[in-house]
Ligand binder design. Structure first.
Ligand code: TXA
Ligand code: MG
Length: 325
């Protein structure tokens, strides 16, 4: 099936209440009509995702927000103008029409307009906003290729659209407008610095967590089967274990037998785009441990470190309340 026909077919499936895996610029999503609670319920089943973890609703454009949110505060509008389409999700007060299963009963809904042409086309053709989490079993690393989705969910979804590898490679940045000041819930594809250059200082949830109300807030998330430890570049050499794999940010001082280099030149964009596929490849090798090199926490480095921490479950070092799921 060629791409155009595949997208039309996928849109028909969504219209009929089915579920489709589709590419976005961040990671592959598993989508259903956001206004079809039964279809959305199937997503939770397939992912084995607890029902108290809300989904992101993907729109074709800002015009779709009318039926989803009751208010767009000024700063949120500025961010929409600047970063949509793109990897930025906004949490805004929801309308009554948005089904509770999508928002886990919260009075807010998370919305984003993806930049990936295939995702945009799919939403337009389906004629409805598409509720979609990442297309991975709950708690596992997000898929950045159609093959990743096939490996884990193939027989459980109605169709998998193949749009090639996801160019950004980490999930969207999530920003909440449910309190007085905008708050970063998850660092992601749009760096915090760029957001703050548009709307000024953003709240960053401190380490202290009230209660892990949503699984996305659980520290161990995005986790492969193999244990991951985070190490500074000069600590890496202390891992002499034969069955250790190395996830290096840039060219390593010493390569392990199994080494993945995220970006030879140390470029964050390239590293983010390679991150999840590299973790999956190492995870498939039956290693005792994956040693991940810590990266500087600026720009996209913040999202990369957030995912590595959650994969390694360094609970005490977590800086954010919310991760993806
Ligand atoms: O890049 C992305 O955001 C990808 C692609 C597919 O768009 N999606 C994604 O979805 O990462 P998911 O479900 O894996 O992560 C969404 C996160 C969850 O941690 C969820 O708790 C949070 O968004 N979330 C959704 N609605 C929310 C709300 N109303 N308030 C607070 N957090 C919310
Ligand atoms: Mg996810």
């Amino acid at each position: 099936m060629n791409e155009t026909r595949a997208v039309h077919h996928a849109a028909e499936i969504i219209k009929r209440g089915g579920i489709v895996a589709f590419p976005t610029e961040t990671v592959y999503g598993l989508g259903a009509d956001a206004f079809a609670p039964l279809a959305v319920a199937r997503i939770f089943e397939v992912k084995k995702r607890p029902h108290f973890d809300p989904l992101i609703v993907h729109v074709a454009g800002p015009d779709d927000l009318g039926k989803l949110v009751t208010d767009i505060p000024g700063p949120a509008q500025k961010l929409i103008n600047r970063f949509w389409p793109g990897p930025l999700t906004l949490v805004l007060p929801k309308t009554d029409e948005v089904p509770d299963i999508v928002t886990a009963g919260l009075p807010t809904v998370a919305v984003r307009m993806p930049r990936h042409a295939m995702a945009q086309r799919l939403i337009e053709l389906a004629g409805c906003p598409i509720a979609a989490p990442s297309a991975n079993p709950f708690g596992y690393v997000s898929p950045t290729t159609a093959e990743h989705v096939r490996e884990q969910l193939d027989d459980q979804v109605d169709l998998i659209l193949d749009g090639g590898p996801c160019p950004v490679g980490v999930e969207s940045t999530i920003l909440s407008f449910s309190e007085e000041r905008p708050r970063l819930l998850r660092p992601g594809g749009v760096p915090l610095e760029e957001i703050e250059s548009v709307i000024g200082k953003v709240e960053i949830t401190p380490v202290e967590r009230k209660s892990p109300a949503a699984p996305g807030m659980l520290p161990r998330h995005y986790a492969p089967r193999t244990p991951i430890v985070l190490a500074a570049k000069d600590e890496i050499d202390s891992y002499t274990n034969k069955k250790a794999g190395l996830l290096a940010f840039r060219e390593p001082l010493r390569a392990f037998e199994h080494t993945e280099i995220l970006s030879w030149k140390g470029d964050f964009r390239e590293a983010a785009a390679n991150l999840f596929a590299a973790i999956r490849r190492l995870d498939a090798l039956d290693l005792e441990v994956i040693v991940a090199e810590a990266v500087p926490e600026t720009g996209l480095g913040r999202a990369i470190m957030d995912r590595l921490r959650r994969a390694s479950c360094e609970d005490d070092k977590l800086n954010y309340d919310q991760a993806g799921s």
